[in-house]
Ligand binder design. Structure first.
Ligand code: DGJ
Length: 758
């Protein structure tokens, strides 16, 4: 890994064994972009890449020449209006009303490691040798505003992490009305654009389309990253697929309003922008003040989408997530939400927990409804004290009873919200976000606390910390169930109202930071009506997130497949729930519900007392299986094999680091009559090792499984293996492949039951 500056040509080259990123100082002093892609050899001069054009209708920087135009030259942090007509990376509103600036390179620094972004989530290093950071300082002479562009390259990762710090070094206040974290000009547009979009209960579906002339964008103006669009965009070459080809992944480490767009101009250049949404954003910078943008992470892969995802997974698992739980397998939990909703007593909870314990569950989680006057979603939010009518011994007493059963206890909070029917609102009606003189819109009868105000965050911190100090709470589910409307803070002056959305998120991060610092062993799971804030920003504080309120196994195939594009399996909250399912009313086999949930944190979202003895036996086997293989499932190398967005069958797999063990999940939505013979080609195995397929009782070399494929044919194709049950809709199988050293002929192989094998 290296960052080199070539003095004569004023060229920066960041490279490691995977990726190269080249920039140069243009002749007008702006920072130009030369190349971003597969590693190339370093050399001094790449100036032949600069494209000067004389075109009719062009606008040119220098008098008496028609060559140098920012419309055609690729740049790193462009502004609008001085010959460049694309959407800009930065915009500064000045005292005289002008929005034009001219950022010239005035210095640079190359440092080992990676500096922290104060108050913001970001990737990090543990040792300085893991990364190097280049900071290029740009200055707009007229206003004195400086922008420090930061680029970190990691040792063994195909990643460039970027952020920008903007400081007003001038004499007059200015307003920052746009400050993107990343701007990348690419020389062509031969890409497919991939995004993760959806809605409540069907988050992060993969949508792909050919990049076209004009602007394509995803965004959120809801105050949270949203169910609708996840802050991830992928540009892939049309011929690239899951296993091969060139892919660029852009991920934004932020949980609030964002914009990610690609602008393809009429000369087929592409500009990618990622950052805080400029709509409504207006940050006042007094002389001496700075603004730090969140981080954007760029991943380059020449091993297709799986290569990109594996890079994101290991970076986000090891160097974005933090703390005690980062490298630990996740406890198998039972959450009471779909089991009871608001209808519970302490004794009923304990009876659910007792049964869960009998089956091997390790953590019991009490969801919404335990506090204040909360008997429905109309009251109680904000009053974080146990309701004695439901919990006669409070949270402390309930937690003790759960611990006595030999389990850990977890608790739900929705810290950012308040109901008008609450003591908190009655005491502080001005603590909600609302615009003076305007109607106050609600969502689920609740209002958003003004987390841009320190006293509000302090109050919530104290009320949550009090419970955590008194009771044995090992896990917190942090929910957020509405988007922000009438965004206005009574704590800020009129000319700072454009800061509220971002300050709100900073308040959320501050509360997370304080709680995780005081209670480092508590496992946090983020949640926002399911997956409404499932983003890299949250992962920095909460190493796992509830992926969706849709717990139906079939729906989850698409949700978890899409989520896996950027997010590690250890972060994907996934549970077995009842059948018929509560969201789509579909009935699916118990083994399929588990077979999907294994590829995540795993747990149960039901009252196990309501299952039959036979089902309970199956649950016990599932839990045993998960305990045995969760380290591999959550931390192994994950490959997507067959996409639910393209066919009736889905398949994915994980492989251990030494490639001796692999687990394949295979799922078929609808059954067919007289169906085809089917195989799935596996990935990531050792071609020379012989693997025992415990489900089929067969042995195959890795090269067979990867090239001929794993046979998934069943009775629908007329093949009736001994003892096979007839197939149903929503069928699934888990194949455990274990390589043993020595002569394969001497192994004992044993067929096991369909579905779960211990
Ligand atoms: C939304 C969450 O996604 C659910 O799991 C549950 O916690 C409810 N909120 C409780 O109100």
């Amino acid at each position: 890994m290296s960052i080199v500056y070539h003095q004569r040509t004023r060229t920066f080259h960041l490279y490691n064994s995977h990726v190269s990123y080249l920039m140069t100082v243009l002749e007008n002093g702006h920072l130009g972009q030369l190349y971003c892609g597969k590693r190339i050899r370093d050399k001094e001069d790449f100036s032949y890449l600069l494209e000067f054009s004389e075109r009719p209708m062009g606008s040119y920087v220098y008098e008496n020449e028609r060559r140098f135009s920012l419309e055609y030259l690729k740049q790193e942090y462009p502004v609008y209006g001085t010959t460049d007509y694309h959407h800009p990376a930065v915009e500064i509103l000045q005292a005289n009303g002008s929005r034009i600036s001219e950022f010239h390179v005035v210095g640079y620094e190359i440092t080992p490691g990676k500096p922290k972004l104060e108050g913001l989530p970001a990737t990090y290093v543990e040792l300085d040798e893991e990364a190097q950071t280049l900071t290029v300082t740009l200055r707009d002479e007229l206003t004195g505003v400086e922008a420090e562009l930061s680029y970190t390259i990691f040792e063994e990762r195909s990643v460039i992490a970027r952020s920008v710090r903007i400081t007003n070094q001038g004499q007059e206040a200015v307003h920052l009305t746009r400050a993107m974290s990343l701007s990348l000009d690419l020389p062509d547009s031969r890409y497919e654009w991939l995004q993760l979009s959806g809605a409540w209960a069907r988050e992060r579906h993969v949508k792909t389309r050919r990049l076209e002339t004009g602007i394509q964008a995803i965004d959120s103006l809801r105050g949270h990253s949203s169910h609708e669009h996840n802050p991830l965009v992928v540009l892939k070459r049309p011929e690239a697929d899951e296993q091969q080809g060139e892919v660029l992944g852009f991920s934004f480490v932020y949980s609030g309003n964002f914009l990610m767009q690609a602008e393809v101009d009429c000369h087929d250049q592409t500009r990618v922008l990622a950052g805080i949404h400029p709509e409504g954003f207006d940050w006042k910078l007094e002389p001496g003040e700075s603004f730090q943008t969140p981080e954007a992470v760029l991943v380059y892969s020449d091993r297709g989408l799986n290569g990109m995802s594996q890079t994101f997974h290991s970076l986000y698992r090891q160097r974005l997530a933090r703390g005690y739980w980062r490298d630990r397998v996740r406890p198998i939990l039972n959450n009471n939400w779909e089991a009871t909703y608001f209808d519970f007593t302490e004794d009923r909870l304990v009876s659910i927990a007792r049964k869960a314990k009998e089956c091997g569950v390790e953590l019991f989680v009490l969801d919404d409804g335990w506090f204040g006057a909360r008997s429905s979603d109309r009251a109680g939010l904000g009053d974080w004290v146990a309701n004695p009518e439901r919990l006669e011994n409070g949270i402390t007493g309930l937690a003790e009873r759960i611990e006595e059963l030999g389990m850990k206890f977890g608790l739900w909070f929705e810290p950012e919200m308040v109901n008008k029917d609450s003591d908190l609102y009655r005491a502080h009606p001005d603590w909600i976000l609302s615009t003076p003189g305007r109607r106050e819109s609600h969502g689920r009868f609740q209002y958003v606390l003004d987390f841009s105000r320190k006293e509000v965050v302090d109050y919530i911190y104290e009320s949550m910390a009090k419970i955590l100090r008194e009771a044995k709470v090992s896990y917190i589910k942090w929910d957020m169930n509405r988007s922000i409307t009438e965004c206005y803070s009574r704590g800020l002056p009129p000319d700072r109202q454009g800061e509220v959305f971002h300050r709100y998120i900073l308040g959320v991060y501050d509360l997370y930071e304080r709680l995780t610092e005081e209670f480092p062993q508590v496992l946090f799971e983020s949640c926002a009506s399911g997956g409404g804030r499932f983003d890299p920003g949250m992962l920095y504080y909460a190493p796992q997130g509830w992926a969706s309120d849709d717990s139906d196994a079939v729906e989850r195939l698409k949700i978890q497949y899409g989520t896996s594009l950027a997010y590690p399996i250890s972060s994907i909250g996934s549970h077995v729930s009842v059948s018929p399912n509560h969201q789509v009313f579909r009935s699916t086999p118990l083994h399929t519900r588990a077979n999907v949930a294994y590829f995540g944190t795993f747990g149960y979202e039901l009252d196990l007392n309501k299952l039959s003895e036979e089902e309970l036996r199956e649950v016990r086997q599932q839990i045993q299986f998960m305990k045995r293989y969760r380290c591999l499932l959550q931390f192994g190398t994950f490959y997507r094999l067959l996409s639910p967005f393209e066919r009736n069958e889905t398949a994915w797999m994980v492989v251990s680091q030494n490639r001796r063990t692999a687990i394949v999940g295979w799922y078929r939505v609808l059954n067919s009559a007289n169906g085809a013979y089917t195989r799935v080609r596996l990935q990531g195995l050792d071609p020379k090792l012989c693997y025992c397929n415990r489900l089929a009782g067969t042995k195959h070399y890795g090269d067979e499984l990867m090239n001929l494929g794993l046979i998934t044919t069943d009775v629908t194709a007329g093949q009736v293996p001994d003892g096979a049950k007839p197939c149903t809709d929503f069928e699934s199988r888990i194949y455990v492949l274990e390589a043993k050293l020595g002569d394969p002929k001497l192994w004992e192989s044993k067929k096991t039951e369909r579905g779960v094998q211990a």
